[in-house]
Design a binder for this molecule. Structure first.
Ligand SMILES: Cc1cc2nc3c(=O)[nH]c(=O)nc-3n(C[C@H](O)[C@H](O)[C@H](O)COP(=O)(O)OP(=O)(O)OC[C@H]3O[C@@H](n4cnc5c(N)ncnc54)[C@H](O)[C@@H]3O)c2cc1C
Length: 413
């Protein structure tokens, strides 16, 4: 690291998974200057995936969530300002304004502001007991209300909704899931995989309603007690969790004049339209060859790997973000692992039978090429699928379907 970097001040807005990774990557790469990590949440950076899984069900402690504890931040000489939002960026003056009135100067800036849960635009959404889920505080508030035998309605059959359903069943709650589309996980998996997840939830006692939306929440004394569905039917309920998607936190970027379109626009080096500002994670709309164009991903893989590229760019290195996307979800004793992006597939090949088995892989092909795979209980398939998708192979569908043919053998020499 050149001497001049010692006088530099790099500021990171958003102390989540991506923000923490930018900060620690800067140090790992030898940056000797000052690093300030600013987070709206009071807590030091933590992992969100357990919030709907082990932390919700009580199998993981709050302490196990932290990516970097205060002593680790201190050791890495990362100045953490928690519980304060950045309200404005002045790219010309190279300063950021904090909600507590402070102004901080920067030489390079990283935006890792993530997103917030999409609120549901129906009557009664503001009733007590209608909850959104993104933070530790959100889950603590939901958990405080959970009592065995009570009824919870989950709006949204995406990953968060289904994981909360599984965790709530584990806690002994009576669970209804309401999904407006005609199947769960419709945006991310093939119908055959959706059917598998619908089956395991129904077998676990979840009342799963697909193809119907929520019309209103109702309740007495300001507290939710009833959900009215699109067909006029009602569900009596004690608690509601809404999981219908994410809105990227782009307002301060947009107000600063940065290009924004479903996320902060960055190039393959995580650079925004301002050369001194990078962005990474859930808030960044980036070119991704696996998506066949621009996309915004909401995953730990993306947050971590794009953050590392963002740190490299801050230091003037030319690195490109081109990692294969991957994701996982835990529901009951099933682990789903996904490699690649399946959007636009035109054929699907199954290894194992999702209708009758609890372990299978679904391989997605487009014009003969493998573009993605969803594996349940087959971690080896997932491991090799990441490599095969990266290599862009055009596999023999019969071999792909045959569990006796090791995927390893399909890797290019
Ligand atoms: C319940 C749940 C379960 C999930 N499960 C999985 C999973 O199984 N697998 C997986 O791959 N991914 C999962 N994800 C997604 C994954 O957690 C996110 O993709 C990841 O956290 C994104 O990291 P990030 O740093 O971009 O954003 P975030 O983690 O959202 O962090 C952004 C931070 O920036 C802060 N911030 C925003 N604006 C400002 C501002 N103006 N000033 C200061 N601070 C600001 C926010 O308060 C937040 O703390 C899950 C997410 C949730 C919520």
């Amino acid at each position: 690291m050149s001497e001049s970097n010692q006088d530099q001040h790099y500021v990171i807005i958003g102390a989540g998974q991506a923000g923490a990774e930018v900060a620690s990557s800067l140090r790992k790469r030898g940056f000797e200057g000052r690093i300030t990590l600013i987070g709206e949440e009071q807590a030091p950076p933590y992992r969100r995936p357990p919030l709907s899984k082990a932390y919700f069900s009580g199998d993981a402690t709050g302490d196990s969530l932290f990516v970097m504890k205060p002593e680790q931040l201190e050791k890495a000489r990362i100045d953490f300002i928690g519980g304060v939002a950045v309200t404005a960026i002045d790219p010309a003056a190279h300063t950021v304004a904090l909600a507590d009135g402070r102004s901080i100067g920067y030489d390079r800036l990283a935006l890792t502001t993530g997103g917030r849960p999409r609120p549901i635009p129906v009557a009664g959404a503001d009733l007590d007991g209608v909850c959104l889920l993104r933070s530790i505080a959100d889950v603590d508030a939901i958990r405080e209300r959970c009592r065995e035998g009570m009824h919870i309605t989950i709006v949204g059959g995406g990953f968060i909704g289904l994981e909360v359903a599984a965790s709530a069943r584990k806690l002994g709650l009576d669970v209804t899931v309401v999904e407006a589309l005609d199947r769960v996980l419709a945006r991310v998996t093939a119908p055959v995989v959706s059917r598998f997840f619908e089956r395991i939830h129904r077998e676990a006692g979840v009342d799963l309603r697909t193809g119907i939306g929520v019309q209103a929440f109702e309740g007495d004394d300001g507290r939710v007690s009833r959900v009215t569905l699109g067909d006029g039917t009602h569900i009596d309920t004690d608690l509601v969790v809404v999981g219908i998607g994410l809105i990227p936190n782009t307002e301060i970027a947009e107000a600063a004049g940065l290009a924004v379109d479903n996320g902060i626009i960055v190039d393959e080096c995580a650079r925004t339209s301002d050369p001194d500002i990078v962005a990474a994670g859930d808030c960044a709309n980036h070119p991704n060859r696996f998506a066949g164009g621009r996309t915004r991903l909401e995953s730990v893989q993306n947050a971590m790997e794009q953050a590392r590229v963002a740190a490299a760019t801050m230091l003037g290195a030319e690195e490109v973000y081109e990692a294969v996307p991957w994701f996982w979800s835990d529901q009951y004793d099933c682990k789903l692992q996904m490699a690649g992006l399946s959007g636009g597939f035109d054929a699907i090949v199954l290894r194992g039978d999702p209708e009758s088995e609890s372990r299978f892989s679904a391989f997605y092909l487009r014009e003969g090429r493998l573009i993605a795979a969803d594996s349940v209980g087959r971690p080896q398939d997932f491991m090799f699928a990441k490599k095969l998708v990266t290599a862009g192979i055009a596999p023999d569908p019969e071999q792909l379907a045959d569990p006796d043919v090791p995927l390893k053998e399909m890797l290019p020499a």
